[in-house]
Design a protein around this ligand. Structure first.
Ligand code: MTE
Ligand code: MO
Length: 406
């Protein structure tokens, strides 16, 4: 399907999702008429993204941020990376949207309309950090197949929805429940409707955490289409692949969920370290759970030139999966010595934390600033690439920027 077909098959609700605002008089749109605002095939306009976002793939759509674009404390849509495994669903009608609970470990099969979810359960808002497991993949050698993410496949938006635990309590789960798996409305790139592009999940204890949401809003508005409109699972701190977009079914499983991209080398890493390039058999691969400690310098922008600057102010964010970041440091002498940054507490569990520092600049010249976060279990970001793995996941090496002071 080309982009034109993609837009011309949109329902009114999905057009609103793509435009990011209501279409006034939308009910008067002639059948088959494509609003001018959607005829534009520019992906930045189509998804309301900033022009400095970098497109890695257009089939499926994958787009990442650059570090300086992630400077906001709460990531706005325009700077949020897009990671799709299949085709974005185009026939969404939020009024008819339902979420079904099934699987070996539900006491009953139960279906909720989106409206019922919103009205029956208490709503919560959390800022939740979502990082693609493959963020940083581009640096691994031998190279790993897949999107060559640099550092921009991470976001920390505010998500509003109901707790999955509240809904699961209403459905009723059996004592043998060990995992949940999501099913969604996006379609496989091959066009084969019997195949799901992705169907991942999390262990039941992660599913039952307070912050695990069935979300219908992002940053106070309907979730943009590319990010899962009208309903998304959000499991902060875990590889973002666990946060299913466009979800219409959740299976409560009595075994580890075995949906698409749960097995083989997908979102799994060798349980024990291996040499770069080594073949690893399936039974020696472990599912990625909490993401490792990491940080980004979001100001200044790398490559910047500063005029006669005596004090250089830097800032950014740090996160550590399920854990909190307890220390943030920077180095301007290529890692020989490190100084402490000011580090804020997260606004809630699983939100990234902001840091800043003022650096004395004694003489003009070329500088690099390296940043290193340490989690509250004492694990720090490595200064060199961490363990090679077949699919290039979990690169949490220190972020470095280059600055010229003239
Ligand atoms: N239904 C569905 N959910 C999905 C995906 C997908 O392709 N289809 N991609 C996953 C992956 S791999 C990532 S990293 C995140 C990306 O979320 P975003 O596009 O909102 O940033 O969504 C996850 N949820
Ligand atoms: Mo991902």
């Amino acid at each position: 399907m080309n982009r034109r077909q993609f837009t011309s098959r949109l329902t009114l609700a999905s057009m609103v999702g793509v435009l990011g605002m209501p279409i006034v008089f939308g009910e008067k749109l002639p059948k088959g008429y494509l609003p001018l605002g959607l005829q534009d095939q520019d992906p930045f306009k189509l998804f309301n993204k900033n022009k400095e976002m970098v497109v890695l793939n257009d089939n499926p759509w994958n787009m990442e941020a650059q570090a300086h674009l992630l400077d906001d404390e709460i990531t706005p849509n325009k700077f949020m990376f897009i990671r799709n495994n299949g085709k974005i669903p185009t026939n969404i009608n939020s009024k008819e949207w339902t979420l079904t609970f099934d699987g070996e470990s539900v006491k009953q099969i139960k279906k909720y309309s989106l409206q019922e979810l919103k009205s029956k359960f208490q709503q919560y808002t959390y800022q939740l950090t979502l990082e693609c497991g493959g963020n940083g993949r581009s640096e691994f050698n031998p190279p790993a197949k897949g999107n060559q993410w640099t550092i921009g496949a991470v976001s920390s938006a505010e998500w509003t929805g109901v707790r999955l635990s509240d809904v699961l309590a209403d459905v009723g789960i059996k004592p043998d429940a060990v995992y949940i798996g999501y099913h969604a409305a996006d379609t496989h790139l091959s066009g084969d409707v019997t195949k799901e592009p992705i169907s991942r999940g999390v262990p039941i204890n992660k599913a039952l955490q307070n912050e695990t949401l069935l979300a219908f809003q992002m940053n106070g508005q309907d979730i943009p289409l590319a990010h899962g409109y009208p309903l998304r699972l959000v499991c902060g701190g875990w590889p973002a692949s666990a946060s299913g977009k466009w979800i219409n079914r959740i299976s409560v499983r009595n075994k580890v969920h075995d949906g698409a991209k749960m097995t083989g080398s997908s979102y799994r890493v060798p349980c024990e370290a291996v040499a770069p390039g080594e073949k690893v058999s399936d039974e020696d691969m472990c599912i990625i759970e909490s993401m490792p400690v990491k940080s980004l310098i979001t100001y200044p922008k790398t490559g910047g030139i500063l005029n006669n600057e005596r004090t250089l102010k830097i800032r950014g964010h740090a996160w550590a999966g399920e854990l909190e970041v307890s220390k943030m440091e920077y180095s301007i002498d290529f890692g020989s010595t490190w100084k402490t940054c000011n580090l804020q507490k997260p606004v809630n569990r699983l939100a990234w934390q902001h840091f800043n520092a003022s650096i004395d600049i004694r003489q003009p010249g070329y500088y690099e600033i390296w940043a290193k976060a340490t989690d509250n279990q004492g694990r720090s970001q490595p200064m060199v690439l961490p363990g090679w793995n077949p699919k290039g996941y979990l690169n949490n090496a220190c972020h470095r920027i280059a600055i010229k002071v003239v």
